[in-house]
Design a protein around this ligand. Structure first.
Ligand code: MG
Ligand code: MG
Length: 274
């Protein structure tokens, strides 16, 4: 018997603060990222924001992982370990961060492409990849607002990505429920599956996180035992938000405006958690 995946209204309210702290940590990284900075420096910036807010970096609660963010550069897709790597002009960098506050968790990721005036075509292709991934996330979130079953989210993401070109949608890594643990049931696929998935109803909290490559979907784990990279060296992008379904609608927990600025275009008006 699966455990209850639906949270009470009181629990949903406790999901708000970790979402906002997670968002703030990514905002700080976005403001600081530039060629010449190391991924370890970005990690320290995110950690300070989370600790100053009274939170705890929840990635560091994962056994064996000791950092606040994952920083995945170019052909690294996810789970890149922050360190001495110096970011260069034109790099495509995915930063994934999470905060635990009062026992509840946030989880969100973004991709940033650094300017490189010497390689405009490379930058343009990487920005396009990131935008397709980012927009597919919002398509998925918008689908959640009216979905009866969670599988509709993956179907919507897949349809959008396929409409934009020959991109690869990772299948070995997926989204997840979120709450007292960063990773909970149910699984949130980024593509259409045979199963219709969990029923979408008030109390459902999920992290939706499409991971898209410029080409192909084979990956391998590097010798550090964490970093997931594309087998063919293709670039990758990763965007993620934690989203709550409640009695009056949906609210994107890791966006300060609940997702309003992006969801309006999809005809969805997010509603604050009552
Ligand atoms: Mg994440
Ligand atoms: Mg996640």
């Amino acid at each position: 018997m699966a455990r209850n995946i639906y949270k009470s209204p009181a629990e949903l309210r406790l999901m708000v603060e970790p979402g906002l702290v997670t968002a703030a940590s990514l905002d700080a990284v976005r403001a600081a990222i530039r060629p010449g900075i190391t991924t370890a420096e970005l990690d320290a910036i995110a950690e300070k924001v989370i600790r100053d807010a009274g939170g705890e970096p929840n990635f560091a609660l994962v056994p064996g992982y000791h950092h606040t963010v994952c920083a995945s550069v170019n052909d690294d897709v996810v789970h890149g370990i922050p360190g001495s790597r110096v970011l260069k002009a034109g790099d495509i960098v995915s930063i994934d961060s999470g905060a635990q506050v009062k026992g509840y968790n946030g989880d969100s990721a973004m991709t940033i492409v650094l300017d490189d005036t010497a390689r405009p075509e490379v930058v343009a292709a990487r920005r396009e990849l990131s935008e397709v991934t980012r927009k597919s996330l919002w398509v998925g979130i918008a689908a959640l607002a009216s979905a009866r079953y969670l599988g509709e989210v993956g179907g919507a993401i897949e349809d959008y990505v396929r409409s934009k070109g020959d991109y690869g949608i990772l299948e070995d890594y997926v989204g997840h429920g979120i709450g007292r643990s960063m990773h909970e049931e149910p699984t949130v696929f980024n593509y259409r599956t045979r199963e219709r998935g969990a029923k979408v109803k008030p109390g459902l909290c999920v992290a939706i996180e499409p991971m898209i490559t410029a080409d192909g979907l084979d990956t391998f784990v590097r010798e550090d035992d964490w970093t997931v990279a594309t087998s063919n060296g293709a670039d990758a992008a990763h965007w993620e938000h934690s989203v709550a379904v409640h009695q009056d609608g949906i609210w994107v927990l890791t966006a300060p405006d609940g997702g309003a600025s992006e969801l309006t275009a999809h005809g969805v008006v997010p509603v604050p958690i009552p």
